[in-house]
Design a protein around this ligand. Structure first.
Ligand SMILES: Cc1cc2nc3c(=O)[nH]c(=O)nc-3n(C[C@H](O)[C@H](O)[C@H](O)COP(=O)(O)OP(=O)(O)OC[C@H]3O[C@@H](n4cnc5c(N)ncnc54)[C@H](O)[C@@H]3O)c2cc1C
Length: 505
């Protein structure tokens, strides 16, 4: 296909920036993606330490099932069917020293387990499992589509709208109160799940029950690599170690960006898929902000940041659950202001790419909102920072040792990342793991992706899609590119000759 003679510069090669590139290239734009890090992925990341690889992102990918909801959206940006997905039996196992709750992904098993544990609470349990079944069938609307593209899904979704309305208005914490089973109640009420709208967790369980929220072998990076391959096949360019400092603006029109070091990259459109706060208040100096946006950035709650303790264990742990949440007898102090009463482990025995045979990669994510503590400590007291990381790692290993005696001796790699690490590698404000928390009453509506008074500039990614997640990449990239096509009178046609030619080779 002939190019349309116009260029888009994209800031950030996280999933959203990469998806913008694919859609832009398919519509004939020249696309240059600028990424400050030396690899693509942003939060969709894993890292190698010794013989182990440690995943930080992927638990489940909505749209993993061929023919399932959202699968087509992934097919638009990559050859998703090349990935191998695993659907785990248990979403999470919660344990105290004397009690265990298995939250199965299959709703029949889940229902049986919950009714066995708390038969007196049957009506609340059946209402919950009914909601899981119903929401698993929900069809997302094409975010860039209109009535023509979406009418059938809208029609199919009508029966679940009242349920969604109800769940969207209450938090996980309120929802959890209806359960007498202390472990089930805890699942809904603790951490960010407790703050989120109840709809978010029920939706996730619904997708898992439908087999449409699998984990792909190789983690989030395997998806990222497929999208990079698609960009390469369409002739796009990703430049690494290219940190954007400023969006260049002339007469209230974005004309390009300036990189650290002073190089300028000019373009017809600038799309920022980087951190929202940095984009609006640093790259654009806070000049194009309305009251609503300012209020949002001043007042709204973000998903927490996190420390990640990653362990390379020279032991086959395939008899253990994939995700194990240990409720603690005494709280674990993460940092001043953050005490956790449970620690969750991801035991990656189901991903053979993460450890040699007979060994297992294990990670534990410890949520915290005390970004300042870790960031200041790293800058001002590197020795203290190192010691604090060691202290937290030891505390986490103690919890694991208490559950699996002798495991300490099998640990051959220990790695600790902190909120300062998340910020350093992704630029995300306060080291948040997913951007805006979706609170009761919010709904999952995307935010405005343009800024008032600024032409030829658009945003994509988790900062314009509350709730974030990998699907927010294509979900925000597609409407962004469709909108610029409309401004340029370019056809938004995703089936380019160039793609057809590549497929034929
Ligand atoms: C612990 C954890 C678990 C998660 N679990 C899941 C899950 O199971 N399923 C799921 O779907 N999602 C999950 N997510 C969420 C998901 O990873 C994110 O919502 C998503 O990856 C965000 O993508 P993004 O492209 O919007 O932003 P980012 O990934 O933050 O990408 C932004 C990119 O911009 C670059 N950048 C920033 N500033 C600049 C600059 N000045 N110049 C150039 N480049 C810049 C960054 O380096 C980065 O590459 C999880 C996230 C975390 C942290």
């Amino acid at each position: 296909m002939e190019g349309n003679g116009r260029k888009i510069v994209v800031v950030g090669a996280g999933i959203a920036g990469l998806c913008v590139a694919v859609y832009g290239l398919k519509c004939g734009y020249e696309v240059e993606v600028l990424e400050m890090h030396d690899m693509a992925g942003g939060l969709a990341m894993s890292w190698k330490r010794g013989a182990y690889r440690f995943e930080t992102c992927l638990h489940w990918l909505m749209g993993s099932k061929p023919g399932g909801d959202f699968h087509e959206q992934w097919q638009e940006v990559c050859d998703i069917d090349k990935l191998t997905f695993v659907n785990l039996d248990e979403f999470v196992r919660l344990e105290t020293d004397g009690d265990t709750l298995r939250l199965y992904t299959n709703v029949e098993r889940l229902e049986a387990e919950l009714l066995r544990r708390a038969p007196e609470n049957a009506s609340a349990i059946l209402e919950f499992t009914g909601a899981v079944r119903a929401l698993g069938n929900f069809r997302m609307l094409d975010p860039a589509g209109g009535l023509k593209e979406n009418w059938l899904n809208m029609l199919r979704d009508i029966p679940v709208l009242p349920l969604m309305g109800k769940l969207s208005k209450i938090s996980g914490a309120e929802y959890g109160k209806r359960f007498q089973d202390p472990l089930l109640r805890r699942f809904f009420t603790s951490g960010d799940i407790g703050k989120l709208t109840a709809m978010a967790m029920v939706f996730s369980l619904g997708w898992m029950n439908a087999g449409n929220a699998g984990y792909c072998i190789g983690g989030a990076q395997s998806l990222i690599r497929l999208i990079e391959d698609k960009i390469a096949s369409l002739g796009g360019k990703i430049r690494f170690n290219a940190r954007v400092e400023r969006v260049l603006v002339e007469n209230d029109t974005a004309v390009g960006v300036e990189l650290e070091g002073g190089e300028r990259v000019m373009a017809d459109w600038v799309i920022s898929a980087a951190d929202g706060h940095t984009t609006i208040f640093e790259m654009l100096g806070g000049k194009y902000v309305d009251e609503e946006t300012r209020k949002r950035y001043d007042e709204r709650e973000l998903f927490a940041s996190y420390l990640q303790v990653s362990l390379g264990v020279a032991k086959d742990l395939s008899d253990e659950p994939a995700m194990l949440s240990r409720i603690l007898a005494a709280p674990l102090m993460v940092d001043p202001g953050t005490e956790l009463d449970s620690v969750t482990f991801r035991i990656f025995h189901y991903d053979p790419t993460f450890a040699p045979p007979g060994k297992t990669a294990v990670t534990s994510t410890l949520p915290t909102r005390n970004f300042g503590y870790w960031s200041d400590l790293r800058k001002m007291n590197p020795g203290g920072y190192h010691r604090e990381k060691q202290r937290v790692a030891e505390a986490v290993i103690d919890v694991l040792e208490n559950r699996i005696p002798g495991i300490r001796d099998a640990i051959e790699v220990v790695d600790v990342s902190t909120p300062a690490t998340v910020h350093r590698y992704t630029g995300n404000w306060k080291g948040t793991m997913e951007g805006w928390l979706v609170e009761p009453g919010d709904g999952f509506k995307p935010l405005r992706n343009t800024l008032p008074g600024l032409e030829r500039f658009v945003m994509a990614g988790q900062w314009v899609m509350p709730g974030g997640g990998l699907p927010s990449g294509p979900m925000t990239a597609k409407p962004a590119v469709k909108w610029i096509c409309k401004q340029d009178h370019v056809s938004f046609d995703l089936h380019t000759e160039r793609e057809a030619e590549t497929a034929a080779v």
